[in-house]
Write a protein that binds this ligand. Structure first.
Ligand SMILES: [Zn+2]
Length: 235
C-alpha cells in the first residue's frame, strides 16, 4: 500500500465519522482541502492561540526551549527525547506546532496535527516526511485504533475541556498504544503568572490524573515545575 492509500485508509470524516473514499471526500460528500501539502480537515474556525501564532517563526529555536527550561526545570531536548522514546510505527502528535518532536524519534507513518496553518507550513518546509493535518484536537479525523502511539505536548491545557482531546487520543490509539501528554497545571506560583499572561484557567495535576485514569492505564505521572508529565497506555 502506498503511504497515500494508507493515510486515506486511516482517516475519517470529522463531521460524520464516515470513511474518506478519495482525496479528500467522505462517503457523505463532505469535502476537505489539501493546500501546500497540508490536509485541511478543520470544519469550523478554531482560534489558535494568538500569542503562539506570533511566536511561530522563533517558536522551536527559542521560545519553547527557553520557556520550558525556565518553567519546568528540565531541558527542552531531554523532555522531547523522553516523549519521543515511546513513538511507535504510526505516530500522531496532537498540537504538533512545527513538528519538532519528530526530530527526536522514529516512526514510519508520522502525523503532525495542529489548527495553525502558519505552524503547519513551517512543518512542511522543515520536515517533509511528516504528514501535516489541520484539524481540531476534539474531533480527530482518524478512525478508531489507527495509531500505535500518540503525543500532545504543551497544548491541551489551552482547551476549554481538555478531556475531549484525551478521549479522542484514546479512541484513535490501538490497544496497548502509548500516549505522552504534558500539560500546564496549577502546581506553583510560576503557573499563576503564566496562566494570567496566557489568559488560561489552569486545571490541577489531580484533574488530569482523574481523566486519564478513566481511559488509560497510567504508567508515569509526575509534576515538572509548572508542568505535569503523563505517560499512559490504552488498556
Ligand atoms: Zn462527512
Amino acid at each position: 500500500m502506498s503511504q497515500d492509500d494508507e493515510i486515506i485508509e486511516m482517516m475519517r470524516c470529522p463531521i460524520d465519522g464516515t470513511k474518506i473514499i478519495t482525496k479528500w471526500r467522505c462517503e457523505n460528500g463532505h469535502e476537505f482541502k489539501e493546500t501546500n501539502g497540508i490536509l485541511d480537515f478543520l470544519t469550523e474556525n478554531v482560534e489558535s492561540h494568538e500569542l503562539l501564532e506570533r511566536v511561530a517563526p522563533i517558536y522551536e529555536s527559542l521560545w519553547a526551549p527557553l520557556g520550558l527550561s525556565l518553567t519546568a526545570g528540565t531541558s527542552y531536548s531531554s523532555l522531547m527525547s523522553l516523549a519521543a522514546s515511546s513513538m511507535g510505527e504510526r505516530h500522531l502528535d496532537v498540537g504538533t506546532g512545527t513538528g519538532k518532536l519528530f526530530d527526536y524519534g522514529k516512526c514510519r507513518v508520522c502525523v503532525g496535527l495542529d489548527v495553525s496553518l502558519r505552524f503547519l507550513n513551517y512543518l512542511r518546509k522543515r520536515r517533509p516526511n511528516v504528514i501535516a493535518v489541520r484539524a481540531d484536537a476534539r474531533r480527530l479525523p482518524f478512525k478508531d485504533s489507527s495509531f500505535d502511539s500518540a503525543s500532545s505536548l504543551f497544548v491541551i491545557h489551552m482547551l476549554d475541556d481538555p478531556s475531549l482531546a484525551i478521549q479522542e487520543i484514546h479512541r484513535v490509539l490501538k490497544d496497548k498504544g502509548r500516549a505522552v501528554l504534558t500539560v500546564m497545571t496549577d502546581n506553583n506560583a510560576i503557573d499563576k503568572i503564566l496562566s494570567r499572561w496566557w489568559g488560561l484557567s489552569l486545571r490541577s495535576y489531580d484533574y488530569y490524573l482523574g481523566v486519564l485514569t478513566r481511559y488509560f492505564e497510567v504508567d508515569k505521572a509526575r509534576k515538572m515545575g509548572a508542568w505535569s508529565y503523563f505517560e499512559v497506555v490504552k488498556s
